[in-house]
Design a protein around this ligand. Structure first.
Ligand code: GLY
Length: 335
């Protein structure tokens, strides 16, 4: 079992990675909690033992459940059960569960403890670490949320054995991102070591910039186009698949802007191809729709679009990118 700490002063917490990590839940429930609200989905076959009185609350399946109504329903159910500020939410599931349960924990009684038990690869290497929680609005993904750090995260790699292949592959899209964030040789590591290496990278970034006033933005590499694809495409792409397309796009955009050379673009394409992930959007995408949504992105500023782009100094946030350059780079998907 590997243990990595996210260092945030008094709010520091452990991330336990390994097969069977969920069995350490009882010892990581915050002291004093008398009730644990386990938030999960019916299809997730991983019961947990919190070591205190517990009750399970199910969210609907799919990205559509990531809305304010789900948060309200959870908070009302917590209230009916009589949960207090000392109690704890335990989120068992993928990114949707982490985001919705984490946000409900952030706002219920103005904030109660949450422990994440991510059961998807995507959750283990990204969504469950770092405290981002939130839900979608019809106008875009993750537009309402809070940064609410968990008390602990248990990345049980045994839970990945039951993932549908497409869901697992989607997690590889998020893992591929870390290849460009300075994690070397990811594909040569065992699954446990690869997850732990991604967690350690993310823990380091979050520990240095919790509220994304600078460095943390590099974790959004590939995500600007990914979010736009998910929004305009009605979510028929998995998140990690969209990120994979976004990574290839970001590399090509960086090349168009003279920041990287063709070899670096080829490296991006090779990593994405090696994980058997898509390199172009599904048919039906529209450049103007994508640019409209990207311009609405939380990271966008007036006078151009904003992307995390590779360059001579590594990944950095680049503002003021002209829509023409973005449109031309999107056009490369048509070749
Ligand atoms: N998923 C990006 C972040 O946590 O900052």
């Amino acid at each position: 079992m590997r243990e990595i700490r996210v260092e945030l002063g008094e709010r520091s917490y452990p991330v336990v990675v390994g097969s069977g990590a969920r069995h350490r839940l009882g010892e990581l429930i915050p002291i004093g909690a008398t009730r644990a609200a386990v938030v999960s989905q019916e299809a997730i076959p991983w019961p947990v033992d919190c070591g205190v009185e517990q009750r399970t609350f199910f969210l609907d399946e799919g990205e559509d459940a990531k809305n304010l109504e789900s948060v309200e329903e959870l908070c009302r159910a917590f209230a009916k059960w009589g949960m207090h500020r000392i109690d704890v939410v335990v989120a068992v599931g993928g990114g949707v569960v982490t985001d919705v349960a984490g946000f409900a924990a952030a706002v219920y009684h103005r904030g109660i403890a949450v422990v994440h038990v991510p059961t998807t690869l995507l959750g283990q290497v990204d969504a469950a670490i770092g405290g981002k929680t939130g839900v979608n609005l019809p106008e875009g993904k993750n537009l309402v949320g809070a940064i609410w750090q968990p008390a602990a995260v248990l990345c049980d790699t045994e839970t990945l054995t039951t993932l549908p292949p497409r869901e697992y592959r989607s997690g590889l899209g998020e893992m591929a991102k870390y290849a460009f964030l300075g994690v070397p040789g990811l594909r040569d590591l065992s699954l446990d070591d690869a997850v732990a290496a991604c967690v350690a990278c993310k823990a380091d970034v979050v520990g240095s910039d919790e509220r994304e006033s600078g460095r943390r933005a590099v974790l959004n590499y590939g995500h600007t186009l990914a979010h736009a694809l998910e929004t305009t495409g009605g979510y028929d792409l998995r998140h990690g698949e969209a990120v994979a397309i976004g990574l290839v796009f970001a590399a090509r955009l960086a090349r168009r802007l003279g920041r990287v050379d063709a070899d670096r673009v080829a490296e991006h394409e090779a990593v994405v191809a090696a994980y058997d992930l898509p390199m172009r959007p599904p048919p039906g995408w529209d450049a103007h729709d994508l640019i409209t949504v990207m311009a609405r992105d939380k990271k966008a500023t007036n006078g151009g679009l904003t992307f995390v782009l590779d360059g001579p100094n590594g990944l950095e946030v680049v503002t003021g990118v002209a829509a023409d350059a973005v449109e031309a780079t999107l056009g490369e998907f048509e070749r």
